[in-house]
Write a protein that binds this ligand. Structure first.
Ligand SMILES: [Zn+2]
Length: 259
C-alpha cells in the first residue's frame, strides 16, 4: 500500500484519481526510484541489495519495509524465497500465469529459460495481456502454475475470479495465492456492495479493497478446485532469516489444482 494513501482519499473521492491511476502508483510499475544506502546487514533475496536500512513503506510508514534496490516489500521477499526454496519454479519447465505482475519479479521470471511466462493485468499496459480476472482469454488448463498476490481483494466478485483462475490452471498444477489474510477471523469480512472508497478504506484499509480474508479463505478456494494449505512466514523462516531479509508475519496459500 502506498505511503500516504489516506491523504489521497480526498482526491479519489473527488473522482480525479481513478482506480487505474492509483494502481499504477501502488504497483511500482516504474521500479525502484530511490538511492540505496550504505551496505549493511539487511539483504534482499530478490535483487541481492544489502543495506543498513530499508525504506519506509505503507500507510503507517513501516520502517525497513521496502528494498531500495528492487522496490520489494516484505511479502514479495517471502514469496520469492518460498518459490526458490520450496517449489521447483526456478528449475523445472512450467507455463506460468502471473496476475498483476510486481515489477520486482516480472523481469526475473520472464528471463527464466525454463518458464513460459505470461502476465495479466486489468490496468497495467506493460502486462502481456490486459484482461479482467473474471473473464480470462485463455483456454482451460493453459497453465501449470499461477501466481496471484494481493489481487483478489480488489475484485468485487472474487469467487468468479477464483473460478476463472482455476479454470486456466490444469489439474495437477499449482498456485500461490496471497491476499490480506487474518487467520484469527473465522470469516472473511467483506463488502462487495460498498461503492464508497472512504468506507472501503475505513473497513478494509484501502479505498479499492472489498474485503479482508479470514480462515474461510481455504474453503472459498476449495469451492473452485484449489486445495489450499496456509503457510505462515514464522514457520517458514527462522527468526534470523526473517530479520536479515526483513520479512514480517505474513501468509501465503499454496494450492493444488484438483480436477
Ligand atoms: Zn531488492
Amino acid at each position: 500500500m502506498l505511503h500516504g494513501l489516506d491523504r489521497l482519499l480526498a482526491t479519489i473521492e473527488g473522482g480525479t484519481l481513478d482506480e487505474a491511476a492509483l494502481y499504477r502508483q501502488e504497483r511500482l510499475y516504474r521500479g525502484p526510484a530511490r538511492r540505496a544506502g550504505a551496505p549493511g546487514v539487511l539483504e534482499c533475496p530478490i535483487c541481492g541489495q544489502r543495506a543498513a536500512r530499508f525504506l519506509r513503506f505503507g500507510l503507517a510508514g513501516r520502517r525497513n519495509a521496502q528494498c531500495p534496490g528492487c522496490g520489494s516489500v516484505e511479502r514479495h521477499r517471502m514469496l520469492w524465497l518460498y518459490l526458490g526454496q520450496h517449489t521447483d519454479l526456478l528449475r523445472a519447465r512450467h507455463r506460468v500465469l502471473h496476475t498483476a505482475p510486481e515489477s520486482c519479479f516480472e523481469a526475473r521470471l520472464r528471463a527464466r529459460p525454463n518458464l513460459r511466462y505470461r502476465s495479466v493485468d486489468r490496468y497495467n499496459p506493460a502486462a502481456d495481456v490486459q484482461a479482467d480476472l473474471i473473464d480470462l482469454p485463455f483456454a482451460d488448463g493453459d497453465f501449470d502454475v499461477l501466481l496471484t498476490s494481493h489481487v483478489l481483494e480488489h475484485i468485487r466478485d472474487d469467487r468468479a475470479a477464483m473460478a476463472e483462475l482455476a479454470r486456466v490452471v490444469q489439474p495437477g498444477g499449482w498456485a500461490v495465492v496471497m491476499v490480506p489474510y487474518d487467520p484469527r477471523r473465522p470469516r472473511t469480512e467483506e463488502g462487495a456492495d460498498i461503492d464508497d472508497p472512504a468506507e472501503r478504506m475505513a473497513r478494509f484499509g484501502h479505498p479499492f479493497h472489498f474485503r479482508i480474508y479470514g480462515a474461510d479463505l481455504s474453503a472459498r478456494l476449495a469451492e473452485v478446485g484449489f486445495d489450499a494449505t496456509v503457510i505462515d512466514s514464522r514457520r517458514l523462516f527462522s527468526p534470523h532469516r526473517r530479520r536479515r531479509f526483513r520479512i514480517n508475519r505474513n501468509y501465503l496459500l499454496r494450492c493444488r489444482r484438483v480436477g
